[in-house]
Design a protein around this ligand. Structure first.
Ligand SMILES: *Cc1c(COP(=O)(O)O)cnc(C)c1O
Length: 244
């Protein structure tokens, strides 16, 4: 198996090339290592290759690793489903949450942050394909949630996140993947054109191992890559359940 370091080098080159093709600045795209199910020592290897953004899906697993890697300056992103009884620990352990999709969760995160004198960067997860089993707010309800969160003092509303339905592997996959992501980019830009005050609106969290190149073409500012960095997860077939 290729080393984590070699994988990261390959991905960085691919990101550079995609940015050139899309006429974007290379530093306009961050690489997040999705470290769910990985050990602290694997994460340490990714950090040695210069990765600073780590994404975790499961709170219990994550807090142990965050503590074990306390000696490195890492930015931790929560990218999993949020249960309301977990909001306090999420607010106090993470720098970012990408999966806020309802007012109740946002209010709780804001409250915990205010109590602990913290701030939290948040993205709203959009269920762009309106898949019933998937988390995320439907596009029709996005404006209202943006308006609500933008009044919450401890939350910095940074942008949008989505996991589009995977496309069938057809010869035009790259082009259709780009079209697929561009729907989220459009929603992102629409918010800029509304009157809502969004001082920190700068993040489009989209693109995973199989489609991050397309996501960059469509305007992604942070790609969430797990498998392409660390290799296949042993329980990858469970992902669908965990993503829901
Ligand atoms: C697991 C996961 C990823 C990474 O997926 P890979 O296909 O392994 O790159 C990205 N985003 C979210 C929300 C995830 O749960």
């Amino acid at each position: 198996m290729r080393s984590i370091q070699a994988n990261i080098d390959t991905i960085r080159r691919a990101i550079t090339r995609a940015c050139e093709e899309a006429r974007r600045e290379e530093n306009s795209v961050q690489l997040m290592a999705v470290s769910k199910t990985r050990t602290a020592s694997e994460i340490r290897k990714a950090a040695t290759s210069g990765i600073r953004h780590m994404g975790e899906n499961y709170l219990q697993e994550a807090t142990k690793k965050i503590a074990a890697l306390d000696d490195i300056d890492l930015t931790w992103h929560f990218i999993g489903a949020i249960q309301s009884n977990k909001t306090r620990d999420i607010a106090t352990h993470f720098d970012w949450v990408h999966t806020v999709d309802r007012n109740k969760i946002a209010r709780r995160l804001n409250q915990h942050c205010l109590e602990a004198n913290l701030t939290l960067n948040v993205c709203i997860q959009v269920n762009i394909d309106k898949e019933p089993q998937k988390a995320g707010i439907v596009p029709e309800h996005l404006d209202a949630l943006v308006d609500e969160i933008s009044t919450m003092k401890a939350l910095h509303l940074r942008g949008l996140m989505a996991i589009p339905r995977p496309l069938a592997d057809t010869p035009d996959t790259l082009e259709s993947q780009i079209q697929n992501f561009t729907r989220l980019t459009r929603l992102f830009k629409q918010q800029i054109n509304r009157k809502t005050l969004l001082p920190a609106w700068d993040t489009l969290s989209m693109g995973m191992s199989g489609d991050y190149i397309a996501a960059i073409h469509a305007g992604s500012t942070i790609v969430r890559v797990g498998t392409a960095i660390f290799g296949p997860r042993s329980n990858q077939s469970n992902d669908k359940i965990h993503l829901a």
